[in-house]
Design a protein around this ligand. Structure first.
Ligand code: PFF
Length: 441
């Protein structure tokens, strides 16, 4: 893997591929809808630029300077074992993300297949919702499709075909952009669609609560893949002359564009076709097929779009699984039973098959007892990752790099400016703590 991303564009594409995924196309629109529209969008953009940028740069830098994965990077750079807990937090967090992310990846694969078979043709809004609800009750189908996602991701890491993925991303990502832009323009002109844009771009500040701020911050970390060691791992694969600042800015801009475009497609549809903005996680899956009904060659466009969503999901799952695989390889290296890359991939796949199966069983009610405080595991993990684990991971990385990595390690690196240090030492950690604590009082 390390050798496969030895070009600058390769690392940028891999990082952008990790960041642009279901977070932007699935999670972002429904969280905007659940949290009151424009004001949430504004908070999300502020969090991404203010906190996201220094954190993304920093994670890359930790990886690049140490040349290690999330397992060894923190120890290597600080010269102390005290930071090993960060590595463990990272690996627990990626395991938690993957445990529900593959379920949603499975939804995309299923929807691509269904669209290809013409299943959505002629369906109205109500039927599309019923269709999704019926699908949510099919335990075995959901497990099988999640496993297909796990196997596809595992296969990429097993065969080390990142060059192929890189090439594919170079072609497919621009196509995703073009389709999103075309759809967003199309949605501007549908009757009733403008209400959706108004909802999105006219912030109603009375909607801002401490919970909404925490959600916006958590979502920005989720979409930027911050706080779980994924960018540390990719930073470790960066060529020495790669500019961390510009790579980070380019990545963040791409994520923001895709997220906003996804919302510009979903919300006009919500208002025009009579959905509720607060529909929840099914929002993208019920609105988009409806959008396609009114476009040219609906079946082909819809299939193609869900195929692109699968690619976006896959480039994210690859980065998630890579964190865990690299972690296991490095962690087991000096033990009696070192695990090579192939064995690590198999182990992670197995673990994920188990956890995703449990999540589905809890979600469909098949194992109704499998709940935490009355909530199914999908909701618990989805919430815990964005609102607790990733902010805590981000807090850890900002304190670690701001205070405990000897400044000498940054010498020669342009990003070690005063502003940057002040952000990392004070502003970012304080803001995360205040937002976090405020939510509980
Ligand atoms: N950023 C991805 C998305 O928005 O879909 C999710 C993600 C990928 C989170 C990789 C964390 C990560 F390490």
């Amino acid at each position: 893997m390390a050798s496969s991303f030895s070009s600058k564009i390769g690392v940028l594409l891999a990082a952008a591929g990790s960041a642009i995924g279901l977070g932007s196309i699935w999670k972002f629109p429904y969280e905007v809808g659940e949290n009151g529209g424009g004001a949430f969008l504004l908070l999300y953009i502020i969090c991404s630029l203010l906190f996201g940028l220094p954190l993304v740069m920093n994670e890359f830098l930790v990886g690049k300077l140490s040349g290690k994965s999330a397992f060894g990077a923190y120890r290597e750079l600080s010269g102390s074992n005290k930071w090993q807990w960060m590595s463990w937090t990272n690996v627990i967090c990626v395991a938690a993300v993957m445990s529900f992310y593959f379920v949603v990846t499975g939804w995309c694969i299923y929807y691509m297949v269904e669209a290809g078979a013409g299943a959505f043709e002629g369906m109205g809004a109500e039927q599309l919702r019923e269709h999704f609800e019926a699908f949510e009750g099919k335990t075995l189908t959901m497990i099988i499709y999640a496993i297909i996602g796990i196997v596809m991701t595992g296969a990429v890491l097993w065969f080390d075909v990142n060059k192929g993925i890189e090439r594919l991303s170079k072609i497919l990502m621009p196509i995703l952009f073009v389709i999103l832009i075309a759809m967003a323009i199309h949605m501007m002109f549908i009757p009733g669609g403008l209400k959706g844009l108004h909802y999105l771009f006219h912030p109603d500040f009375s909607k801002i609560t401490s919970k909404v701020i925490l959600e916006a911050m958590g979502l920005s970390f989720f979409t930027l893949s911050v706080g779980v060691g994924a960018l540390v791992t990719y930073g470790g694969y960066m060529p020495k002359d790669q500019n961390v600042t510009s790579t980070s800015i380019q990545m963040i801009v791409m994520v923001l564009i895709v997220s906003v475009l996804a919302a510009m497609i979903v919300f006009p549809a919500v208002f025009a076709y009579g959905f509720s903005p607060a529909e929840g996680p099914e929002l993208t899956f019920v609105t988009l097929p409806d959008v396609f009904q009114n476009m040219v060659s609906p079946r082909i466009t819809c299939t193609f779009f869900f195929a692109l969503m699968c690619v976006a999901a896959l480039t994210s799952t690859i980065s998630l699984m890579e964190v865990m695989v690299a972690f296991i390889c490095e962690a087991s290296e000096k033990t009696k039973h070192p695990l090579n890359r192939h064995k690590s991939v198999l182990l992670v796949m197995l673990l994920q098959i188990v956890t995703n199966t449990l999540v589905v069983l809890s979600m469909t009610g098949e194992w109704g007892w499998l709940k935490v405080m009355g909530n199914n595991l999908f909701d618990v993990l989805n919430d815990a990752v964005s609102n607790y684990l990733m902010p805590l991971g981000a807090l850890g990385i900002s304190l670690y790099t701001g205070w405990f990595v000897p400044k000498a390690r940054y010498q020669g690196s342009r990003v070690a400016s005063v502003v940057y240090l002040v952000m990392l030492r004070w502003i970012v950690p304080l803001a995360i703590v205040i937002i976090f604590v405020n939510n509980f009082i």
